[in-house]
Design a protein around this ligand. Structure first.
Ligand code: UVW
Length: 339
């Protein structure tokens, strides 16, 4: 992983310099895009509050054919991971070989039932994932004014506030696929910046509207492309621009009262950012910190997209609840779209 880390450092460093020289658009100021206090001063669920019993009952009516689609990549070492994170490492602790060697030395060796066991060591953002509201901030405060001192290395979980467990029973409901890739003819230029106009045009073409409490999923084709790369292309990937949403999508997300937004990309937003490349992923600040909107990344949308194109229905029930990990700032997820 050293080469990609180095490459992205060089890329971001040089872009930070060019940004400093350029007085282009800036991060949306907190005053312009925030909803702190909307659900009280102690709220830790953010835009998940838009998902209500009423929106869930309505979303259940979208289950019509019973077809299901997993929106997760395989959780193994082959998927893309944003540097300096490492890919998941899966290891076996008890296997058939242990019983072959010496059944009595294996766990419960006297038992006629034999066992295999395994562990996984991974960054919680190292596969198809959610970012918790505790994952990114700017200044010294997180969503709803939570001080950064609440994110600790030990104690009752690392994120003592805004951990992913706050939505262990949420991030399910109406899902909407916005197939930007298909709308743009099946390919996007490298690093294509996806604007609000792009999302609205794709939605209009799909005859789909976004509603309060929706989980919006944007298809770009970036994650599928990774799997077709040569080793050399993978090594150079992080030195190149990555397609993603641009800053004008942030007010749209606020206006539409979207609960969460996910994509088949590594960062959701365009990297490097057009507004503040030195912040690496500045829109994470607006979305997670200011608006309390959950961010999903590294999702797999291919089979779902094919089905949506076939039947013209881009809305579905989406069950994408995170793992109930105490104090985690993110969670792997295997989202299931049901049509
Ligand atoms: C990046 O770090 C780019 O994305 P995230 O932390 O949201 O996975």
């Amino acid at each position: 992983m050293r080469a990609p880390v180095l490459a992205i450092s060089i890329l971001l460093g040089s872009l930070a310099l060019s940004a400093a020289a350029d007085s282009g658009p800036a991060l949306h100021p907190h005053e312009a895009v925030n909803r702190w206090g909307a659900w009280g001063p102690d709220d830790e669920r953010g835009a998940a509050n838009y998902i209500t019993p009423e929106t869930l009952v309505a979303a259940a009516a979208l289950i019509q054919s019973g077809k299901t689609f997993s929106l997760a990549i395989p959780l193994d070492e082959t998927g893309p991971v944003f540097p300096p994170r490492q890919p998941p490492h899966h290891t076996m602790t008890v296997t058939g070989a242990d019983y072959l060697a010496d059944p009595k030395a294996a766990p419960f060796g006297e038992s006629p039932i034999r066992f295999a066991d395994d562990y996984i060591y991974m960054p919680l953002q190292g596969s198809s994932q959610w970012d918790a509201l505790s994952h990114a901030w700017y200044g010294d405060t997180l969503y709803n004014g939570v001080p950064e001192s609440a994110i600790r290395s030990s104690g009752a979980g690392a994120a003592t506030k805004l951990g992913i467990e706050n939505v262990k029973d949420s991030l399910v409901g109406r899902g909407v696929l916005i197939d930007v890739l298909r709308h743009k003819g099946g390919s996007l230029p490298e690093g294509y910046p996806i604007t609000r106009a792009d999302l609205e045009a794709a939605l209009a073409a799909q005859k789909t509207e976004v509603r309060e409490g929706d989980i919006v999923v944007v298809r770009t084709g970036l994650v599928p492309a990774w799997y077709d790369f040569t080793p050399e292309q993978k090594a150079g990937f992080f030195a190149k621009p990555q397609t993603g949403i641009t800053s004008d999508v942030v007010p749209w997300v606020k206006e539409k009262k979207i609960a969460a937004i996910a994509a088949d990309t590594l960062a959701l937003e365009r990297v490097p950012s057009e507004i503040a490349p030195e912040m690496v992923v500045p829109l994470h600040g607006n979305l997670l910190r200011d608006l309390g909107v959950y961010i999903g990344e590294i999702w797999w949308l291919e089979e779902l997209a094919a089905d949506c194109a076939a039947d013209g229905r881009y809305e579905f029930f989406l069950a994408a609840q995170p793992l109930n990990i105490t104090g985690a700032v993110g969670s792997p997820v295997n989202p299931i779209a049901i049509k």
